[in-house]
Ligand binder design. Structure first.
Ligand SMILES: *Cc1c(COP(=O)(O)O)cnc(C)c1O
Length: 376
């Protein structure tokens, strides 16, 4: 947060409308412009954005939604909210990403699949061309979970332009690139999908005369034509979002520079390999700086390494536990043994500190601590 963020929120606090006001539309417009996409629907968090996008894309009871085995829980859970079932696909053991091969396998095993949801893990775009071809051949829509990837680019277009998908979903949780405290958005070029997401955000209510099922008896009239939620984002939050969005390039530049510093410092550190910037033709948004560490050959557990780093003032994290290994999904029949790629990635991954306020000297401190800890 800087003074411009604080000033934007203070101004919004003194405005007439605290929610459903002009700052929501302004944030949606600013984000749409930034992404190069026709429609943006702002909602209360990234999970709500996934829920609304799946619903708007037609996911319903009994449908299947393909999601990678390595992702945040919400990618899978949003299918369950709609009485649909996630169908997990394995990821690459070296990159943690869903690819066309594993998607083909998941599609072959599944019944009819309504949607495929690639996740741009750590900010690296997944292979949207390959995934798109496989998904469309089966009549499935493509919804990108782009919660790590605001500012990423794929084949010349921003992630969120939806040049290879039907919709993309973002989160504005404080750990993400820009924050509204809590917040999320759906980006799409499909006006019907945008309209359905917009209605879902506010109880399924319809106000505009042209869309009503009955003749309108007067200006108070509205119809609920389907079930919706209260997933609105406030004007206070959107004021913060618009202000933060102006600083996105600075945030991205800083993340990129810190990642480059890590890349250089980690060269030749035994047992450690950065997952990198992603495939050729793609630019990572550097949400996370993840490395793969062969803990077996190091001879120390990941828990011990993380604790030793913590003792040296370095916080690390694991993104993510394979979702099919969660008790909830095991009870629904998921078998984590069927995802060797996810297990291989999960067992070795570690996210090093990465945030714009880090100093130039911080990556050196982190890598020095890591060298020391891994040397035993
Ligand atoms: C953050 C995140 C979400 C959920 O967003 P919230 O705003 O926390 O609800 C979903 N998927 C991924 C990959 C995320 O990183």
């Amino acid at each position: 947060m800087d003074d411009s963020d604080v000033a934007a929120v203070v101004e919004a606090l003194r405005a007439d409308l605290l929610t459903t006001g002009p700052r929501v539309e302004a944030f949606e417009r600013a984000l749409a412009e930034r992404l190069g996409v026709k429609h943006v629907v702002a909602v209360s968090n990234g999970t709500a954005a996934l829920h609304a996008a799946y619903h708007a894309a037609g996911v319903g009871p009994g449908d299947q939604v393909v999601v990678p085995a390595i992702t945040f829980l919400a990618t899978a859970n949003a299918a369950r909210f709609l009485d649909a079932e996630p169908r997990f696909a394995d990821v690459g053991a070296e990159d943690g990403l869903l690819g066309p091969g594993a998607l083909e396998q998941a599609l072959a095993a599944a019944g009819p699949v309504r949607a495929v949801v690639p996740v741009h893990l750590t900010g690296r775009p997944a292979d949207l061309e390959g995934i798109g071809a496989a998904a469309r051949a089966r009549g499935a829509v493509i919804i990108e979970d782009a919660c790590h990837a605001l500012g990423a680019r794929y084949r010349g277009a921003p992630i969120g332009a939806c040049s290879h998908s039907d919709a993309a979903v973002f989160s504005f949780h404080p750990v993400k690139h820009v924050t509204t405290g809590e917040g999320g958005a759906i980006a799409t070029n499909d006006s019907t999908l945008a309209l359905r997401a917009r209605r879902f955000r506010s109880h399924g209510m319809v106000h505009d005369a042209a869309s009503l099922e009955a003749p309108s008896p007067g200006p108070w009239y509205y119809e609920q034509q389907e079930l919706g939620f209260n997933y609105r984002l406030t004007d206070l939050q959107c004021a913060l979002g618009t202000s933060q969005l102006r600083r996105l390039d600075a945030f991205l530049g800083r993340r990129r520079a810190l990642a480059a510093r890590y890349d250089a410092l980690l060269q030749g550190v035994p047992h450690v390999r950065p997952v990198g910037a992603g495939p050729a033709g793609a630019e990572s948004a550097w949400h996370l700086y993840a490395v793969l560490i062969d803990f077996a050959s190091v001879g120390r557990s990941r828990a011990a390494v993380m604790q030793a780093l913590r003792d040296r003032g370095v916080g690390t994290q694991v993104h993510y536990i394979p979702v099919p290994a969660q008790p909830y999904y095991r009870r629904r029949g998921a078998d984590p043994e069927r995802f060797p790629g996810a297990r291989g990635y999960y067992e070795r991954t570690l996210s090093l500190p990465l945030f714009p306020a880090m100093s130039d000297a911080d990556p050196e401190r982190v890598v020095a601590a890591l060298r020391e800890v891994l040397a035993g």
